[in-house]
Design a protein around this ligand. Sequence first.
Ligand code: ASP
Length: 372
Amino acid sequence: MSIKTIVQRSMLVAGLVVGASALSATSAWAADAAPDASTAPAAGTPRILVLATGGTISGTADPRSAIGYNSGNVLGQDLVRGVPGIEKLANISAEQISNVGSQDMSDKIWFQLAHRIQEAFDRNEVDGVVITHGTDTVEETAFFLQSVLRSDKPVVLVGSMRPGGSTSADGPGNLYEAVEVAASTKSQGRGVMVVMNDQIHGPRWITKTNTTAVQAFASPNAGAIGYVDPASVRFVTPPPQSARNVLGLPAAGPLPRVEIVYAHSNMDGLQIDHAISDGAKGIVLAGEGDGDASKEALAALDRAARKGIVVVRSTRVMSGFVNRNVEVDDDKRGFVVSLDLNPQKARLLTQLLIANGVTDSQKVQQAFGGTW
Ligand code: ASP
């Protein structure tokens, strides 16, 4: 269903809650560090499309417990209406794509999102897109979209850690800032981003680092790419040379089956053998340390690679790179390393590569290392 509306100021949500994390930028990119006058649009008001998918940001508190809630209860158009002052930032239209907790995010919804965004940009309907999304898998959706969209106009994903109606609801403030970032001229050419709690993160690096805290996201290997408050958008990294990626959106889903296998002490090869017999086209190892696993597990991965299954070594560790040929002879075994991509993003990239016909381990390795 498509619900288009120029949003009027509304007082449905009593107050704009903006997280107050005091963060210092690690690299000052001076040319862009000034407050952003573009956040108060006058002539040529930016056109922003809000695509709602669900999540806590569209959840309502469950009176049965102090922390409980049901996600995916509020429609996107009502979320937007509930944010005081948001209408001053842009001409906003809202469409409902789904209303699910992002634990139920699916290839089907991803394809719908990608097609709708591409269409809106190709027809020059909008200057930027905001996607309201659950926080559990927002990093995967951001990475997927960045990999397949043929545009570098801003696409800003946003969620919240607290549902509407809770005492510390962070949704309205986050949504305000997401629209602010999508509408800013500074965001042109930056493609897909995630805005949470005053920070702007890139899809390759962002990950959820806390189960429940409002400050839940970080980019451990790179830091935030920018910061936002209700009056300013500041980027601390230069825009990428191109935010467009080379991978095509496959004609239809579902994406090929790729399993993540989590490494641990006393590991045998059974999980991996099961993945092979279940028809996996790729296996991502969430390895120990630098993507390591026991001799038995590595032997099972050898069996997979010999069958033509794409084997990628990633890590269960939150930060750092998985390097080639350190303790594991990747060249000899025909394995790929994920570098800085965590297992869930390594899985996605592997799925997209296989769907695009790229299965040779050297070519897969190039795609992992050559996209940023
Ligand atoms: N389970 C929720 C989701 O990802 C959590 C959230 O949105 O914060 O949809």
